[in-house]
Design a protein around this ligand. Structure first.
Ligand code: T3D
Length: 258
């Protein structure tokens, strides 16, 4: 049984973590496979949005703690540089929108992979746990960058130090996630959002993501210059011409992602 399932559905690359008996905890094989699948989604023209989710009761419980103590365990020095950092960097750089559909518990690196995605939705019963402090580690997978920007420094530091369980409704209220959805029919609703993302002008979404990434480290004037440059690129796309044409012709646009 593969530790990750993958299919392409109407322009959506659907990546399902698939070690349900381990709460989809990441071992080396799974972390490397996720990198390969993200690369495939980046290259594949038929993929215009990516959706990450988990099978069973969890999204992912982060690092497989059993793997850390096994005989052929990858060293601590390699786990971040070879497993998690390449995953979250790929998600942030991917020139396509990435939705995380958090179907259940998301803990440790599992939580921070979910939270670095462009749009994060969670089932009503899902929980987010910065589980690291409970085992004597620091938050990783970009969490110390992402979480304070989502919820503010005070909330982030308390959640990371105390390792609280944050339910989906509270996560939505504090701005950690976009939206909480009912458990029943959760994946159907997530796929609707993913399909919507896949039907939008992909280049403009990629440039939007690039601008938002830049905003994390630039001042206002630099950000205005970035918007200027990226808007010029957006204005040269097929989809921009189609969007304006469709508006003037009073019809729905048909974007190609070009
Ligand atoms: O070198 C480095 O840099 C290390 C990198 C670290 C990155 C990280 O992600 S560190 C954080 C690692 N994750 C955790 O510490 C979370 C550990 N898991 C839990 O705290 C709990 O399992 C949960 C809060 C996530 C869920 O609790 P609960 O009560 O709903 O479920 P459970 O019974 O604890 O777990 C269900 C099964 O999944 C269970 O298996 P069993 O006993 O039924 O056979 C459990 O062992 C397994 N499981 C859950 N999390 C992990 C796991 N197996 C391996 N690794 C896990 N992380």
């Amino acid at each position: 049984m593969s530790s990750i399932l993958f299919e392409i559905r109407q322009g959506v690359g659907l990546i399902t973590f698939n070690r349900p008996e381990k709460y989809n905890a990441f071992n080396r094989e799974m972390a490397l496979m996720l990198q390969e699948l993200l690369d495939l989604c980046a290259q594949e023209k038929n993929v215009r949005a990516v959706c990450l989710t988990g099978s069973g009761r969890a999204f992912s419980a982060g690092q497989d703690l059993g793997e850390l103590t096994g005989g052929d365990a990858p060293g601590f020095d390699r786990i971040l540089s070879e497993h998690y950092n390449p995953v979250v960097s790929r998600i942030r750089r991917l020139e396509k929108p990435v939705l995380s559909a958090v179907n259940g518990v998301a803990a440790g690196a599992g939580a921070n992979i979910a939270l670095c995605c462009d749009v994060v939705v969670a089932a009503a019963s899902a929980v987010f746990i910065q589980a690291f402090s409970k085992i004597g580690l620091i938050p990783d997978s970009g969490g110390t960058f992402t979480l304070p920007r989502l919820v503010g420094l005070q909330k982030a530091s308390a959640l990371m130090m105390l390792g609280d369980r944050v339910g989906a409704a509270e996560a939505e209220r504090m701005g950690m996630i976009y939206r909480v959805l009912p458990d029943e029919g959760f994946m159907d609703e997530c796929l609707k959002i993913a399909l919507q993302l896949a039907s939008l002008p992909t280049r403009a979404l990629a440039l939007t993501k690039q601008a938002l990434n830049a905003s994390q480290h630039q001042d206002f004037d630099a950000q205005l210059r970035t918007e200027d440059q990226l808007q010029i690129r957006a204005a040269h796309t097929y989809d921009y011409a189609e969007g304006v044409r469709a508006f003037l012709e009073k019809r729905a646009p048909v974007f190609r992602g070009e």
